[in-house]
Design a protein around this ligand. Sequence first.
Ligand SMILES: Cc1cc2nc3c(=O)[nH]c(=O)nc-3n(C[C@H](O)[C@H](O)[C@H](O)COP(=O)(O)OP(=O)(O)OC[C@H]3O[C@@H](n4cnc5c(N)ncnc54)[C@H](O)[C@@H]3O)c2cc1C
Length: 416
Amino acid sequence: MTHIVVIGAGFAGLEVVKRLKDTEFQITLIDRNNFHQFTPLLYQVATAHLEAEEIVFPIRQLLNKNTRFLMATVHEINPYTREVITDVTSLNYDYLVIATGSVTNYFGVVEADVHSYPLKTLQDGIRLRNHILTLIERASYATVEEREELLSFAIVGGGPTGVEFAGALAELLKGPISKDHPNIQPDDFKVHLVDANDNVLKVFRDKLSGYARERLEKMGVTIHSGRYVTELSRNRVYLSSGEEIKARTTIWSAGIVGPDYLTGWELPLDDRNFITVDHHLKVIGFENIFAIGDIASIDSHPLPKMATIAVQQGQYIAKYLSGDTTEPFQYRDKGKMAVIGRNAAIVEMGRVRLTGMLAWMIWSIVHIYKLIGMRNRLNIMINWVVAYFRKGGQTRVILPGSEDRILPMMELGKYR
Ligand SMILES: Cc1cc2nc3c(=O)[nH]c(=O)nc-3n(C[C@H](O)[C@H](O)[C@H](O)COP(=O)(O)OP(=O)(O)OC[C@H]3O[C@@H](n4cnc5c(N)ncnc54)[C@H](O)[C@@H]3O)c2cc1C
């Protein structure tokens, strides 16, 4: 039997496996986690609107008879001996599909990786939620000067992730958190959004991004557009305009690159460390290796890094390997959407452009539909309905076991 190894059970890798279920191929799916995560709702875990378990699904419950799963981290591949080397074992393949996603790009900003929080993985989401809730607990007993720093949050990057996070954070802080802490006023919280472009959500039409900006500002988010971050410290964000934001928490959602470990894999990489592929998503120079999803960079035709594209590439590879197509991969743009907050979203599908409550309802339905697992869908629906009527999520718990690297325990004593 032909053996296909798929590395990564994200949007792209999982789609390959699902689509090859009734074939003669023997498939091994490798992932470092035993779950698939639904990243579009990760910001809701970080802002205490959803439980972590609600946006993940166990990979083994999604497997077909012709697929086995290996929970392992891939350290290296050898394209010449057709070998994948993991921390658990090594395996040989006939075809290899690399779908390992991307990592945060700090653009070389001084100390950005040390003093900011990324939002890419479930662990990031849980850690960030713990951090935010811990800071607020400390702020309740801090002096006025200390409070200002503890209750200020800076978000770097005004793309969909930054905007969605900023909106959800403002709603959390100025709503349920202010109620939980009667000695903190909603206006004590400051949420800053920094973006190098002249407006947030530049991937959308001007009218839609203008609406998003207006809504965010109404929710109390201060937008610093046309500025980029030059340096970060423990409690300051330094901007290219010379301004400084006093904030104890910075969330970095400004960009992505290919992971460093790829440099040892002897595959062609572009200037952002993504694997270069041809129009059949084959790694340039290799007949039996494919790269799909965020990790792939299509020669001369760059595509945005989105789950919808990763899914379509996974579907294409399954068809291509089954011999059902020899056509080059073509992305079908089904539109894009982003949520800003309660009753506020934007949707752009071809000529259709929507804002407000209707867009928000479409956004909610699409996200529920795209989630994996009936239990997750039901749980999230119930949570959202309850949160809608009670004006806030119910998951404001600091989970034990996920220690905070930015606010180490030893330092907590400083805040009375
Ligand atoms: C916070 C956030 C919100 C987003 N919102 C949206 C949205 O609303 N709409 C949209 O279209 N896109 C969104 N995206 C982008 C979208 O998540 C990505 O484009 C998509 O996940 C890419 O899919 P992928 O399969 O290439 O990678 P991923 O989904 O990242 O999957 C990669 C998998 O590979 C595994 N892996 C990585 N390295 C290794 C290794 N060395 N060994 C073993 N396993 C490994 C990982 O554990 C993971 O399971 C968002 C991204 C983020 C971070």
